[in-house]
Design a protein around this ligand. Structure first.
Ligand code: APR
Length: 248
């Protein structure tokens, strides 16, 4: 039995599956990754756009960058890889947890419900004064910065910047899912950013079967039980055939 057949069988027989996604799963939807050849950090200095210091120094410049990304995200559509994860959740119910580093909201728009957004969501603002989270106005009505609907103070992008803490409880929920899963599926992440990058290792050391989908190798590849060296759409298509196989 080759790795893919083994991965299909493990996925099909599992009752608890934890998934971690990164920017690569949204690339087929036209949303740029960060560290790829054409990634955002090639064109934009993250120190000027994605840190608390950058925002303190020039909030308008940071908001204009996030408003540009927000408009691109709303024009994007979930792709078959997002949709395959919805089917996996429908098959597993409470045994399924999807942890994403992505802020594009495409998993929820595809229909995923059991989602943990580790790095926030670019379609929301968060009040600098009272912490209220609120949806951003429609792109055509949006001139940054937004203001808090509850107290009127200025809102900031509701995303996690480098050096900031993750949303309260998010990583605890992610860690619990990866420590308890029978199969861990890691899709489209370079594994460069902690603590998200540790989740695959936690699952592996807890005895889970570890599947990676990525056209490139990553720090996780050496310990993956099955590394599908392909894109997210092809990889999910290949894995989900397990759910179309007639019982032998
Ligand atoms: N399908 C699957 N994976 C792909 C595809 C594809 N079609 N195209 C590229 N990839 C892979 C790349 O090989 C790379 O390993 O997606 C990965 C993207 O890596 P990054 O750009 O580093 O994105 P990510 O891992 O999500 O970054 C993590 O870093 O900048 C912060 O907060 C930001 O959430 C982000 C975090």
């Amino acid at each position: 039995m080759n790795d893919l057949d083994a991965a299909r069988q493990r996925l099909k027989s599992a009752h608890r599956v934890a998934v971690l996604t990164g920017a690569g799963i949204s690339k087929p939807s036209g949303i740029p990754t960060f560290r790829d050849a054409a990634g955002l950090w090639k064109d934009f200095d993250l120190e000027e756009y994605a840190t608390p210091g950058a925002y303190a120094k020039n909030p308008q410049k940071v908001w204009e960058w996030y408003a540009w990304r927000y408009k691109n995200v709303l024009e994007a559509r979930p792709n078959p890889a997002h949709e395959g994860l919805v089917r996996l959740e429908e098959s597993l119910g409470e045994g399924f947890v999807l942890v994403t580093q992505n802020v594009d909201g495409l998993h929820r728009r595809a229909g995923s419900r059991r989602v943990v957004e580790l790095h926030g969501n670019i379609t929301q603002g968060r009040c600098e004064r009272c912490g209220e989270r609120f949806p951003l106005p429609a792109p055509q009505d949006f001139t940054p910065p937004p203001h808090c609907p509850a107290c009127g103070a200025r809102g900031r992008p509701d995303v996690v910047w480098f050096g900031e803490l993750l949303p309260e409880g998010a990583f605890d929920r992610a860690l619990e899912a990866f420590a308890a899963c029978e199969v861990a599926l890691v899709i489209g992440t370079s594994g460069e950013v902690e603590p998200a990058a540790s989740l695959g290792r936690v699952a592996y050391h807890s005895g889970a079967y570890l599947i990676e989908i990525n056209p490139e190798s990553t720090p996780l590849s050496p310990i993956a039980d099955c590394s599908l060296r392909m894109g997210a759409v092809e990889g999910m298509e290949a894995l989900m055939q397990a759910f179309r196989l007639k019982e032998p």
